[in-house]
Structure formats: structure tokens, C-alpha cells
Ligand binder design. Sequence first.
Ligand code: ADP
Ligand code: MG
Length: 495
Amino acid sequence: MGMMEVATAMVLAVGVTAAAVLVVRHRMRNSGKWGKAMGIVREFKDKCGTPIAKLRQVADAMTVEMHAGLASEGGSKLKMLISHVDNLPTGNETGIFYALDLGGTNFRVLRVKLGGVENIKKEFQEVSIPSNLMTGTCEDLFDFVAGELAKFVATEGEDMQIPAGTQRELGFTFSFPVKQSSIAGGTLVKWTKGFDVKDVVGQDVAEELTKAMERVGLGMRVSALVNDTVGTLAEGRYSDPNVIAALILGTGSNAAYVERANAIPKWQGLPPKSGEMVINMEWGNFRSSHLPLTDYDEILDSETLNAGEQRYEKMISGMYLGEIVRLVLLKMAEEAEFFGDTVPSKLEKPFILSTPDMSAMHHDSTPDLKVVATKLKDILEISNTSLKMRKVIVELCEIVATRGARLAAAGILAILKKTGRDTVKKGQENQKSVIAIDGGLFEHYTKFRNTMLDTINELLGKEVSRNIIIKPSNDGSGIGAALLAASYSQYHEYI
Ligand code: ADP
Ligand code: MG
């Protein structure tokens, strides 16, 4: 080997070493990014923690707020609205009634023929609400609703005719906070769940609907104006006298329960005859320093039309869970190049990842997480993800769903505490408490539902759990409103 050759070999050797250093550096940088991404996940998971002790604190805080909300108007973030429902269905109601269920993405019109618990005939139609009506004018929204109702009434069959000389009666489920003035009237306190229709807050919503029905030439009396939680409770009670509360876990979340009239200091009227009153908690607006909030919850809140409000709802309900997952993924993309050196533009779009899509990814049981890959591609236009990355995404879904489900279980504990049903009482060892639950999130998000049910058992212990029954209620809110229209019918012979 001559001098020249040695020099070349040396240069080559140096070149090889430099390349090796570059590969190692590249790997280190990548693993540094991966480590950073995992750090973001780990920190998020820690902040979302819901150990049992924390859930008990949340439940206790909610019980305190329930007391405060019942004591005085505006005494708590929990409005604890008096529903004026002191007369729940018994199962003996008869007659033909209409219902209208408005309060989320769809609204439904129903016609029911009541003839005893085993004998309900139900006809219904579901219509999606054009999104422009959710933030449009009062007249446009109510005219649309009344118009759809009129079309439905026009399909009334021979066997669904009301007696001659009587008026059709309607139960109106309106799933927003309403301050009731009577069973059949009340004013909207505020909009939630992405609605912001002008000139309705402070107005009587039953009156607005009645005016719209007149405008479309439909003669019908609003006999009951109810929240969806109250409707669900009524529907549950119709067939089971042990139903004491109802929950909605759908687009939003809320709860109603049966309270003793003399435990409602702010109730100015005469004590109701039965000594009971259904309270619409409006629990979505619950807030407490014990809630495991993260930076992502703050960003989500700032993106909504009702920033600062409904903070509990924004941690547990269907409108928001997918969005929380998106926000964490966005941070991982921005700060740890999780999806490569550019941030996928679709990932920057608020609310692009829906909770049903999150749920589909979370339940992916294919060995290579095909569903996750497909969702990422179809919704976020992200392809070429590794299995390792997809597993992380499933873990994020798990963190968000688990926190939501466990916090919802804590809410149930609060209701049981407030009503003295969180322990087994001497002489009442077999007293059952049934809680009806409705809403698309609870119905379809299996892992959310199972975590919630497990957590209720964990919170209550074996002995008490035996007496607490969760009853899935399928579209109870609409039928419940029709049942309440019957309970509060102007024609007394019906009840
Ligand atoms: P609303 O609450 O609007 O009256 P629903 O009770 O039908 O209506 O609930 C609809 C909500 O349920 C959707 O907005 C969505 O968040 C949630 N949801 C529906 N299907 C699923 C699903 N497969 N997985 C998870 N969440 C779902
Ligand atoms: Mg609903």
C-alpha cells in the first residue's frame, strides 16, 4: 500500500465514522422526540388521574353544591331547577299524546297511545336540525320545529285520533336550562351544547313554541315543558316505582332526581301534594377544585360558545371527548413532531375528531389497529403511522374516556349521598334505587359505560351496590314528556 492509498483509507475510515455518528444522532433525535411525545402523554395521564379518594372529594363537593343550589336562587353553580313535576306517571295513564324532543343534534316528534304499562303504542320521526338554525333566530328555529311537528300530525292514523271536541296535547322536552314558572311554562336561562339562538334567553319557550304552532296553523296545547333528564325519569318511573334519578350522557350531560319537598328551602310555593319534587340539577355546570382539569380542558373551553361554563359537562359528554383527544395529539404533533416534521393541517381543526370516531378507535380489536389507521387517514389525512404510534392514540382515548366515565360515576354517588341512598339502612336492607340513563354516549361507547358501571360499584362497595340498579333507557326523554303531558292533561278523565 503506497502513501496515497493509506491516506484514502484514512479518509474513508473518517467518512464511515462520521456517517455512523450521524445515524446515531438521528436515532437519538428521533428517540428524543418519541420520548418527548411520551412525556406529553404521561403528564396528561397524571393530570387526568381519578383515584377513588379524589372521586369521593368530587362527590362530596357536588353534594355540598346540591344543598347550596336548593337553599337559594343562584346559591350554587348547580342551578337545581324546580321542575314543577310533583306528579310522576303511575302507569295508569291513558289517551293519545304528542311529544317533541329538542336539545341536541337531532330532534324527534312522537305520538303515543297509552293504555297501561304493557300497552304503549309509539310512532316517531327523527329530524336533524340544520346547523344554521342552532345559531340563527328564534322564529326560524321554532317555525322549523313546529313545521316538522305539523307534518307529523298530518300522518295521524285512524287508531291515533283524539276524542272529538278535545285538543291535542304535547309534552315538550327542551334540554337546556329552563327556569320553570309552572309545569307547562318556563324561561330559558342560557344556551348550551353549541346552541346560541338569538332572543330566546329569558323568553318562555313553551310560549315561543305555541306562537310558532299558531303560525303554521297547528292547534295543540303544551301540557308539560320538561328537561330531557326529567322526561327520562318520568319514563323510568312509569314502569318502575323505584326509579329515583335519571341521567343523560349524550351530546351533553345532566341529571334529575326526586327530592323531598321540605328539603328545598327555595321552593316558595305550597309543598306539593305528594311531598316530592323532581329537581333538574343542571349538573353540567358543576365545577370544583377537585376536578382533574388539564391545560387541554382550558383550550377546549376557550373554543366553545359558552366559555367558562359547563366545565363538568365538557369533561364527560359526547360533544367534547373526541376534541380533548385531538388537542393532546395536536400538542404532540407541534412539540414532538409526532406525525413528522410538519403538523397535519386537519389536526388543527377544532372538533374534527368526534366522540363516535374516538370510540371506534378505542374499541379497535384488530391486531394491527386497522380501525385507528383508517380513522387517522379518513379524518385527519394522516397515513404511515406505526403500530407503536397507533397504540399511543388508543391510550389517549382510554385516558380521556376513563376520566369522563369515573367522574360521571362520582356524580351518581353525589345524588345517592344527597338522597341518603349511599348506605344500607337498617330495616331497608332490600330498598332498591334505580337510576335511568339515556344518551348516545352511554348507549354506544361500551368502554365508557363499563368503566362507569365498574366505578359505581367500586365507590359503593358490594353491599350497597346490590341495591343500586342502572337502567338503560332508550329514548325515554320523549316518551317521558308524553307521559307527563298525560299526568298534567287538561282532561282529568285521562288520569
Ligand atoms: P342528544 O344528546 O343530542 O339528544 P343522543 O342522546 O342521541 O342525542 O346522543 C348523541 C351523542 O352521543 C353524540 O353527539 C355523540 O357524542 C354520542 N355518541 C353517539 N354515538 C356514539 C358512539 N358510537 N360512540 C360514542 N359516542 C357516541
Ligand atoms: Mg337527547
